[in-house]
Design a protein around this ligand. Structure first.
Ligand SMILES: [Zn+2]
Length: 218
């Protein structure tokens, strides 16, 4: 990662154009924007946090993560998360079957939360990121407004993907169930665990600023 010093904070400027400035999201220090080379980062002088970066060199990595996320997500939805063996009987539960059982038991709020925060929002985030990054390379400029809409919902939904919270819940259940029966982790559980770092990396590596600039330039 390249380190690129930012200009001095400009608190004495009188004619402010908001697009010329950027604030550090960690300490609120204000900087004038400087052009960055692909792969370069702008580091805050006050707190050392990454204020912004030029995402051109990173979007191939983000695209690979988004596609990997989609594959893992397909595994998470297709295979059991856990199987519980009591005697000769084995009961398996998947994301879909757990949601249906919650609905049948009348836990509508829990079922809706699971569908939205564990299934729908993460899936749409991975699909949207793939569409935007691949679309910028493949679609003609006149078709790109749809990418702007897609990028807007990706950035809106991204913070609401809560696969990690669900996995923590599964581990809490595992500890309790292990005392009563034999619990067999399924392929979906491993896929969900792998999705946590991929979601985090997608969130931190996707440069919205670079994508917006490329969409505006189209
Ligand atoms: Zn800072």
């Amino acid at each position: 990662m390249a380190w690129f010093p930012l200009a001095t904070p400009t608190t004495l400027e009188t004619q402010l154009n908001i697009n010329d400035y950027i604030a550090c999201t960690h300490c609120d220090a204000l900087y004038r924007r400087s052009p960055l080379e692909p792969g370069q980062s702008a580091i805050c002088r006050d707190c050392g946090a990454e204020v912004t970066w030029e995402g051109e060199g990173r979007h191939e990595v983000v695209l690979a993560m988004a596609i990997s996320g989609l594959i893992l997500f397909a595994v998470a939805c297709s295979f059991p998360v856990l199987s519980i063996q009591v005697g000769s009987q084995i009961e398996s539960s998947s994301l879909i079957s757990t949601t249906l059982k919650l609905v049948q038991s009348g836990f509508w709020g829990l079922a809706a939360s699971m569908v939205l925060f564990v299934i729908l929002y993460p899936a749409l985030t991975f699909i949207g990121a793939t569409i935007v990054i691949a679309g910028l390379e493949l679609l003609p400029p006149k078709r790109r407004p749809i990418l702007a809409v897609t990028l807007r919902w990706v950035t809106t939904l991204m913070p609401w993907s809560m696969t990690g919270v669900y996995v923590i819940g599964i581990f809490v259940s595992l500890v309790k169930l292990a005392k009563m029966a034999e619990v067999i982790p399924g392929a979906a559980l491993f896929a969900l665990i792998a999705l946590i770092p991929i979601s985090l990396m997608l969130r931190t590596q996707l440069s919205r600023e670079t994508l917006w600039r490329r969409l505006e330039d189209a």
